[in-house]
Structures are given as C-alpha cells and as structure tokens.
Design a protein around this ligand. Structure first.
Ligand SMILES: [Zn+2]
Length: 353
C-alpha cells in the first residue's frame, strides 16, 4: 500500500515536469511558425497618398506591433489548448485536489482538473474512472429519448435524471465551482426522477379514489421538493455525507410503501399483482434499494481497493440499476395506463376504494 502511494506520488509529480519540457520544445518549434503566420496574417497597409519613407515605416510599425502580439497570443492560446486537451494523463487518487477526491477506494485512473469544458467533453472518449459513469447515463438518456419519441412523447421525466447525471460526471473535473454546481443538479435530478416516477404510478393506481390520490401525490411532492432543497446545501454532495445522501433518496423511495400497502389491502393481492403491476414495481424498488445500498457502502471496491478503478465500481452498478429500474417502471406504468383507459379500468361506484 505504502509503496503504491510512493510510486503514485512520484508519477504524479513527474508528469508536470515532462510536460514542461515538451511545452518548451513545442514552443521553440512554434516560434518560426508564429513569425510566418504573423507576416501572412497582416493586412496590407492601405495605399497612401505620397508620404515620406520614414513616416511610412513608422506607421507600419505602429500598426503591426499590436497585431503581431495579438496573433502570437492567439497562437499561444491555441497551443495551450492543444497541449491541455491532448496530453493529459490519468492521475492517482493521492495527487487529486481535495474537491476531486470522492472515493478513496478508486486508487488510479482519475482525470486531472481540466479548466475547459471542451476538454471535459473530449474526455468522454478516454478511459478513466468516470468513463463508465458517463456512458451508462448517456446511453440511458438516448434510450429514454427514443422511447419517448416511439411512444408519441408521452409525458415523462425519466430522461432528465440521466441527462443531469451525465452532465455532472462529464464536467466534474472542470473546477471546484462547476463540480459543486453540477453535483447539486445531479442530486436534484435523482430526487426529481423518484418523484416523477411516483406521480403517474399514484395517479393510475388510485384512479378511482381521488382523496387518497390527492393526499399521496401531495406527500410525495412535498418530500421530493424537500430532498431537492436539501441537495442545494454544499455539504450534501461531500464524500463525508454519502450515507446521508443515500438515506434521503432511499427514504423518498420507501415512502411508496404506504400507498402500496393501501392498494394491496383495498384491492386484493392478486389484483395488485395483475392489474396494479405490483410485481414490476417491486422489482424496480429492489433495484433502487440495491443500487443505493451499493452506492452508500461502496461495494465492491471497498473489498478490493484499486481493482475497480475503471470498470464495475459501485457508482457504475448504481447507474445501470437506476436506468434498468426506470425502464421497468416505464413498462409497469404503461400497462397500468392501458388498463385504466381500457373497458374494465374505468371507475364505477363499487370500484371506488
Ligand atoms: Zn452518478
């Protein structure tokens, strides 16, 4: 462990030195290029009415100097960007700045801070600790978007949460401020996803009983909004409060137990399974709870630190389970909706709960 750390630090501090060397080399190569470009890029001075030679020279120099400096600056900027985007290497956990330190069981393969959104988005195509997190939600988002289009844009908010989460994981390495802002958006997205998945389920399950439907919908909206408000506090996204975070989302999800019980008692178990799609919703709940549990406990990387740096870390498993659970939910709600709009699903006096 200690030898690993030592080598990690050596690697981390070695990289910038070699970068500096290549920087100066490349700058030296760029020198003549800059001059050439500077000359080419200069606008030809406007034709002047007869002027004395020293006067002309003086004017050209006044015009060209700032322009040359401007071109040189532009080139330098372009060059720095090129180096910045193309040359970065993954770094070990120990050398990450504090605001990028999230999971100390992932020992290697982290992105360095990259204060350019372009570089962050380009890093989607590189292999590092966030690659799996980025792609699981990006693909989830695309699938939901297709599903939304296929089902004639049935109103659903599912695709919003993977979108927020994808943004967060992509730009997380940008800077402390950006990572903090997007982690809030990520947490709010999860709360919105849970709340959004409750709304259609409660609406169609208690289709014929407006009073409990109103009460449950109000409760879930109040709880969901509270979770979103809590997610805006800076401490909420810190690694120290990982358990609190998982607890808030779990609590929000588990608030569904009361309406589920109500439904099973009021209808009966068989009807709850067939018409109420309870089997699907239970599977969804199991997936969410497993995902949140793995996320909070950081399993499996906790037992094998350094072995799940790139693939199969708890966060990725959590992502996959969330996307799969949301699909199951979509299927369950579609069946429930179909039933309610069908011949047997309408409300009669004796069907009122
Ligand atoms: Zn995530």
């Amino acid at each position: 462990m200690s030898s690993h750390k030592a080598s990690a630090v050596a690697q981390g501090s070695g990289a910038p030195a070699s970068n500096r060397e290549t920087d100066t080399l490349e700058l030296a190569e760029l020198g003549p290029l800059l001059e050439e470009k500077g000359k080419e890029g200069l606008p030809t001075p406007p034709p002047k009415l007869k002027k004395s030679k020293p006067e002309e020279e003086e004017e050209v120099r006044v015009l060209t100097l700032p322009l040359q400096a401007h071109h040189a600056m532009e080139k330098m900027e372009e060059f720095v960007y090129k180096v910045w985007e193309g040359r970065w290497r993954v770094i070990p956990y120990d050398v990450l700045p504090d605001w990028l330190k999230d999971n100390d069981y992932l020992l290697h393969g982290h992105r360095p801070p990259m204060p350019s959104f372009r570089a962050c988005f380009k890093s989607i195509f590189r292999i590092h600790t966030e690659t799996g997190n980025i792609w699981t939600h990006l693909l989830g988002f695309v699938l939901f978007l297709c599903l939304g289009i296929l089902t004639v844009l049935r109103p659903n908010m599912y695709f919003m949460a993977p979108l927020f989460s994808w943004f967060f994981h992509t730009v997380y390495c940008h800077s402390e401020k950006v990572s903090r802002t997007f982690s809030k958006l990520d947490c709010s997205g999860i709360a919105l996803l849970i709340m959004g998945s409750f709304v259609p389920w409660l609406y169609y399950s208690f289709y014929c009983s407006p009073q409990p439907r109103l009460i449950y919908l109000t409760v879930v909206c109040v709880l969901g909004t509270s979770a979103i408000i809590v997610a805006q506090w800076d401490w909420f996204a810190t690694p120290k409060h990982r358990q609190t975070r998982a607890g808030v989302f779990l609590g929000l999800g588990l608030s569904g137990v009361v309406p589920t019980m109500h439904f099973i008692i009021a209808e009966d178990f068989v009807k709850a399974i067939t018409m109420g799609q309870m089997g699907w919703f239970s599977l969804m709940a199991v997936m969410y709870i497993t995902g949140a549990g793995l996320y909070a406990a950081r399993i499996p990387e906790r037992f094998f630190p350094g072995k799940f740096d790139i693939w199969f870390q708890s966060h990725q498993i959590f992502h996959v389970l969330v996307v799969a659970a949301a699909f199951i939910h979509f299927y369950g709600v579609s069946n429930l909706q179909e039933f309610r709009y069908g011949l047997e699903g309408g409300c009669t006096d004796d069907s009122l709960l």
